[in-house]
Ligand binder design. Structure first.
Ligand SMILES: [Ca+2]
Length: 78
């Protein structure tokens, strides 16, 4: 029971923080280079797969620009 309560507390604390940061491209782009790397993306989307990232990278630059990132967020329903 204690474990369940602890898990619920973690979820309650974590979910709003993620919801606030996803979609705010500038805060996801931690190094402010104008694009989101797979590593930066995983900060806000921890289970982001390399396949989803690569599929979202429509220009094949290895990074997501704002348009690509927003499309990825929409695709994942976040
Ligand atoms: Ca970046």
């Amino acid at each position: 029971m204690r474990t369940i309560l602890a898990a619920m507390a973690v979820v309650a604390l974590t979910v709003p923080a993620i919801a606030q940061s996803i979609g705010d491209f500038e805060s996801v782009d931690a190094d402010q280079d104008g694009s989101v790397s797979l590593r930066e993306g995983r900060v806000v989307i921890p289970d982001l797969s390399e396949a989803d990232f690569t599929a979202a990278d429509t220009d094949g630059s290895g990074q997501l620009n704002q348009q690509e990132f927003e499309a990825l967020v929409a695709k994942l329903g976040l």
